[in-house]
Write a protein that binds this ligand. Structure first.
Ligand code: NIG
Ligand code: FE
Length: 409
């Protein structure tokens, strides 16, 4: 197939200018949502006029056309789920008690150790398929459920072997929890060995009283710098550990969670080039604090949304649901939410020259909604995605919308 012409859309989302690496969220209202067409040539976006010579013409009447969602924070791959913990959590059993009963990250690590490679990959592929049908065309994977040198290496290898329909990146979250038999300092020595020898695109750490401390974040930053990889960090999820100024000072690509962001750290973060990755699925399902996302957007932060898909805090794979939560709980506009899971999320993964917006020359990752963009949050938790193109090819089409592709699927 050489060309695709998506025609007659009610709304097409475009950035205010080409080649922006990100757009600060106080400028989200500059995103353009107007009717029109999108032409794809091979695996690239070609332009915004209908292409009468295209081999596939798509009837997008009544549809919204968006760049595919970029989910820059997931914990794929993992093995099994922890639904029993969710019931304990909502009925009031404290986290420490759940951990004492064998739950938490350690139980997912045990399940990961028991599962075969084929089983881990099959579950991850199923989830990537769910995400595709919800419009996610680029996704990040993380290690972190290994909790041993051997198993962290295995997690990184399986993430690379995922072979999803989407583009994927792999982040080494080697410092996720302190494995039994180690102190945090001693485990950081192993993290250093992993960081220099395992094939990952970025490094991440969980800073929390139950995990690692700011001094370990400083150590990881040195490893990131030495190996030329971006630094990311899970911070301020359950308490204000004042990790944000540390991460910003170290030039981190992103700080993720921020439910307990200290008020004094908000403006310095908003002025920096460190993205604020917000995870409303984890906040909602864990009855966590709500990140000060309205203030971050107003202050001009590079705001980003992710699913945080994981078996513990956020078994949520669908970006339409994440967008619905963000708009309601953060008081965000639809444009603010869309910006946060497209261009700004691509920036976090170092992919904003390739993905995250509809621009000539970028990868043709395009989704069609069967509704106005405003319905994404409004018809909460409904999935309006009816067709998904990855690199210019139809990767998923909802059966009732196959007619739009004129029998090509
Ligand atoms: O991003 N906070 C740390 N890591 C995960 C949850 C891990 C788990 O409970 O399995 C998160 O929320
Ligand atoms: Fe996470």
């Amino acid at each position: 197939m050489s060309g695709v012409s998506i025609e007659g859309a009610a709304e097409v989302l475009r950035p205010p200018a080409d080649a922006l690496p990100y757009l600060r969220s106080d400028r989200a209202d500059e995103l353009v949502l107007e009717g029109g067409a999108v032409a794809l040539d091979g695996d690239r976006v070609a332009g915004f006029e209908p292409d009468a010579t295209a081999t596939l013409r798509v009837d997008a009447s009544g549809c919204t056309v968006l760049p595919g969602f970029v989910d820059c924070h997931t914990h794929l791959p993992f093995a099994g789920w922890r639904a029993e913990e969710y019931e304990l959590k909502v009925t009031g059993v404290p986290y420490e008690e759940i951990a004492r009963r064998g739950g938490g990250i350690a139980s997912s690590a045990a399940a990961f150790g028991r599962a075969s490679d084929a089983d881990v990959l099959a579950q991850a592929r199923r989830l990537a398929g769910e995400m595709l049908a919800s419009g996610t065309t680029t996704l990040e994977c993380k290690t972190g459920y290994g909790l041993s040198v051997f198993a962290e290496r295995r997690a990184a290898r399986l993430a690379r072997e995922l072979d999803a329909a989407q583009a994927t990146t792999v982040t080494g979250l080697f410092a996720h929890a302190v494995p039994d038999g180690y102190t945090a300092d001693a485990w950081m020595d192993e993290v250093e060995a992993l960081a220099t020898s395992v094939d990952v695109d970025a490094l991440d750490i969980y800073v929390e009283t139950v995990a690692f401390a700011n001094e370990h974040l400083v150590r990881l930053a040195a490893m990131a710098q030495a190996t030329g990889r971006p630094l990311r960090a899970h911070v301020e999820q359950f308490a204000a550990n004042r990790s944000v100024p540390v991460a910003v000072g170290l030039g981190a690509r992103s700080v993720d969670h921020l439910a307990c962001l200290h008020p004094e750290d908000l403006d310095p973060l908003a002025r920096s080039e460190t993205a604020a990755v917000l995870l409303p699925g984890a906040e909602f399902l864990g009855a966590e604090h709500v990140a000060p996302a309205r203030d971050l957007a107003d202050a001009g932060a590079i705001c980003v949304l992710g699913s945080d898909l994981n078996p513990g805090t956020s078994p949520v794979a669908a970006m339409p649901t994440v967008i619905g939560l963000a708009v309601r709980r953060y008081g965000w506009s639809v444009r603010e939410a869309l910006l946060a899971c497209t261009l700004n999320a691509a920036f976090v993964l170092g992919l904003s020259a390739e993905a995250g917006s509809l621009e000539p020359g970028k990868r043709a990752d395009v989704i069609l909604l069967d509704s106005p963009a405003a319905h994404l949050p409004y018809r909460f938790a409904r999935n309006p995605v009816c067709a998904v193109f990855v690199a210019g090819r139809p990767a998923w089409v909802r059966p009732d919308s196959a007619w739009r592709l004129d029998g090509a699927v």
